[in-house]
Design a protein around this ligand. Structure first.
Ligand SMILES: [Zn+2]
Length: 406
């Protein structure tokens, strides 16, 4: 996050406690102060103080809760107040940008998708700033109080300082101080995260890995990468690092990869290389139902689901290779769940068993025995990933404290 100053020790405790209480109210509300004290393991006096500040700031409100079976006076419960608090969620991908307003419950207020030229005379951060200004003018009728900006994008990103070192597709980007530029322009904190890491957080907060403490999420798309949640926290959350499984060698005699090595997983399992392989092998398989129709991810997956031998064989091959690398990760992290985020999940009946079998054959049986391989709930599109960054900043207290201080 890009913010003004680091809090001192006492402030840090206050921030952590306030964040924990806000999280409980958000996830369990309506919830009473007594239950909050028990669940947060904080003294009733501390709960009273934190809740009073949140009430005054209009971040929570009181509501009546009638205990089931009770005829007495209803108890007072607390729920979060979210509608008057907005944030801007941005997503940058190849040649396009999404801009969205969401409220603190993550609900979408408005979303625009606009072209973003890969190369232009003006620097990318200048163009993004102009698009944000335009967006706020277009939607000023809908805008409530702006609390933050969240940005998700591919690239090598210093998330702590909001600096984008490099980006795929946008080749002019070098050490872009996007966080600083937008914070100075708008006056609100800016959260930037790599899109695969942010997607992993999204699934953990709102999606398929909700409630799981240890998760491996593998993304197979134009690139192949992963996000790891270990003991409830995203691995590498505050650094430029990623879980680069796409650049682990699976074939020493394989194709040269743009990273400089040979036979990386990405040269075999990325969507583009899978389609390339399918095209090559179609020439040797006259009976395939893929003949006579355009070869796309959709047609390949549909053919595999319908039992076409060539299509099944290609998807199974992806599963075996991806599973081999996940097996090593299973031995490192012993996850409860493996999530696959990929357009190839359209052939999940073929892909997921191939991955699961490969993991079972190549990792510690005690770890892999209960492994579940399933699809992510969200896709790698839209601005929900930014919602995860803001939710995380409310729960860890960093954004919450700023809103409490007005
Ligand atoms: Zn590579």
């Amino acid at each position: 996050m890009v913010a003004d100053s680091q809090p001192g020790h006492i402030d840090q405790i206050k921030q952590t406690n306030a964040g924990a209480v806000y999280r409980l109210i958000d996830q369990l509300g309506p919830v009473s102060r007594i239950d909050l004290s028990r669940l947060a393991q904080l003294a009733p006096a501390s709960i009273t103080k934190i809740v009073r500040e949140m009430l005054e700031a209009h971040l929570v409100q009181e509501t009546e809760i009638q205990e089931p079976g009770s005829r007495g006076r209803p108890a007072v419960g607390l729920v979060v107040e979210t509608e008057a608090w907005h944030y801007l969620s941005l997503r940058i991908s190849r040649g396009e940008i999404y801009l969205a307003l969401r409220d603190l419950s993550s609900k979408l207020v408005v979303e625009d998708k606009l072209p973003l030229e890969l190369v232009a005379a003006e620097p990318l951060e200048v163009r993004i700033t102009a698009l944000i200004d335009r967006f706020f003018i277009d939607h000023q009728q809908k805008l409530e109080r702006l609390t933050a900006i969240a940005i998700t994008m591919p690239g090598i990103i210093d998330t702590e300082n909001g600096i984008v070192h490099r980006m795929p597709f946008y080749e002019d980007v070098k050490e872009m101080p996007l966080g600083e530029v937008l914070k100075n322009h708008t006056g609100v904190p800016v959260y930037i995260q790599h899109d695969i890491s942010a997607w992993t957080m999204t699934e953990a907060l709102f999606g398929a890995s909700r409630g799981a403490r240890d998760v491996i999420q593998v993304v197979i798309d134009h690139n192949v990468g992963a996000g790891v949640i270990t003991d409830g926290r995203l691995l590498h959350a505050g650094s430029s690092s990623l879980v680069e499984i796409g650049h682990t060698q699976v074939d020493p005699y394989g194709k040269r990869c743009y990273c400089g090595n040979h036979g990386c997983l990405e040269t075999i399992a990325s969507v583009d290389s899978v389609l390339e392989l399918a095209q090559l092998r179609l020439g040797q398989s006259m009976s395939s139902t893929l003949h006579g129709q355009p070869l796309t991810v959709e047609s390949l997956c549909a053919a595999a689901q319908q039992g076409d031998l060539l299509a099944k064989d290609i998807i199974t091959g992806v599963g075996i290779n991806v599973g081999r690398i996940i097996a090593i990760m299973v031995n490192l992290f012993n996850p409860q769940k493996i999530l696959i985020g990929s357009p190839l999940s359209q052939a999940s009946d073929v892909l997921f068993p191939a991955i699961a079998d490969s993991i079972r054959q190549q990792s510690l049986p005690a770890y892999s025995k209960h492994i579940v391989v399933e699809s992510t709930q969200f896709t790698n599109q839209g601005t929900m990933a930014g919602a995860a960054l803001v939710k995380d900043a409310m729960y860890n207290g960093s954004l919450l404290i700023r809103l409490l201080q007005g």
